[in-house]
Design a protein around this ligand. Structure first.
Ligand code: C5P
Length: 219
C-alpha cells in the first residue's frame, strides 16, 4: 500500500511554507520542507560551496542525515539531528542553495532522501520539483504562484518577523535571479506538473489558499 503524498511546488515567496505547514496540519500528514534540505547543505558548505569538487559535495551529502519528528503543523525536520537554524533562512543562503540545486549530484542525493522520508510516512512535500520529479505518483499536486512584487513583499515581512534586515528592492532582484536560475536549470526545473492545480495567491488570503488545498486534497 503506497503512502498518501500531497505535493506543493512553486517559486520563492509564493507563500508555500506557511500554507504547506497549515495544510499538513489539517490533513493530518507530516510536513516536509525540502528547501530546508538544500539550505542545510548550503550552510554546511558555505559560500561558493557549489564550486567544490563533486566528490566533496557528494561525501558531505552521504554523511548527512534527515529525519522527521512528529506530524502535522508541528512536524520538525532534523538535519544531522538538529532543526535548521534561522541563519539558513536568509535570501543569501537561499541563493547559495539555488546554486547547489543546479548540480545533478545534489539533486540525486536529496531526491533519494526525500523519497525515503515519503516511504515511511504520509507526507505533504513542499519544494520546486515534488510533483514533477520526486513524487510523480502523488495523489494531489498543487503549484502556488504570485507576482514577483507580491512575493518580495511577503519575504520582507517574513524576514522582519525573524528580526532580520530586509531591503525590498534587493530582495525583488534576488527573487528574480533565483526564479530564473530555478526555472532554467537543465535538471528538475521549476515548472508546474501537468496534473497540478495551479493557484495564484497574489490576491488570496492565506486562509483561502489553505482552504482550497485542504478541500481538494481531502477527497
Ligand atoms: O524553498 P526555499 O526558498 O527554501 O528553497 C531554496 C532553494 O533550494 C530554491 O531556490 C531552489 O533552488 C532549491 N530547491 C530545489 N528543489 C526543491 C526545493 C528547493 O531546487 N525541491
Amino acid at each position: 500500500e503506497s503512502r498518501r503524498i500531497v505535493t506543493i511546488d512553486g517559486p520563492a515567496g509564493a507563500g508555500k511554507t506557511t500554507v504547506s505547514r497549515r495544510a499538513a496540519g489539517e490533513l493530518g500528514v507530516a510536513y516536509l520542507d525540502t528547501g530546508a534540505m538544500f539550505r542545510a547543505l548550503a550552510l554546511a558548505l558555505g559560500e561558493g560551496g557549489h564550486r567544490l569538487p563533486e566528490a566533496t559535495i557528494d561525501a558531505r551529502l552521504a554523511a548527512m542525515t534527515f529525519a522527521l519528528e512528529g506530524s502535522g503543523a508541528d512536524t520538525l525536520l532534523l538535519v544531522d539531528g538538529a532543526p535548521l537554524p534561522d541563519a539558513a533562512r536568509t535570501e543569501r543562503v537561499g541563493g547559495w542553495a539555488s546554486n547547489l540545486a543546479v548540480l545533478p549530484v545534489v539533486r540525486r542525493r536529496l531526491r533519494l532522501a526525500q523519497q525515503a522520508l515519503g516511504a515511511s510516512t504520509d507526507l505533504l512535500a513542499e519544494g520546486r520539483d515534488m510533483g514533477t520529479v520526486v513524487f510523480p505518483e502523488a495523489r494531489h499536486k498543487f503549484f502556488l504562484t504570485a507576482s514577483p512584487e507580491v512575493r518580495a513583499g511577503r519575504r520582507v515581512l517574513q524576514l522582519e518577523s525573524l528580526g532580520k534586515p530586509a531591503d525590498y528592492e534587493a530582495i525583488l532582484e534576488a527573487i528574480r535571479h533565483r526564479d530564473a536560475q530555478d526555472q532554467n536549470r537543465a535538471e528538475a526545473p521549476l515548472v508546474a506538473a501537468k496534473d497540478a492545480l495551479v493557484i495564484d495567491t497574489s490576491d488570496l488570503t492565506e486562509d483561502a489558499v489553505v482552504a482550497r488545498i485542504v478541500a481538494a486534497a481531502a477527497v
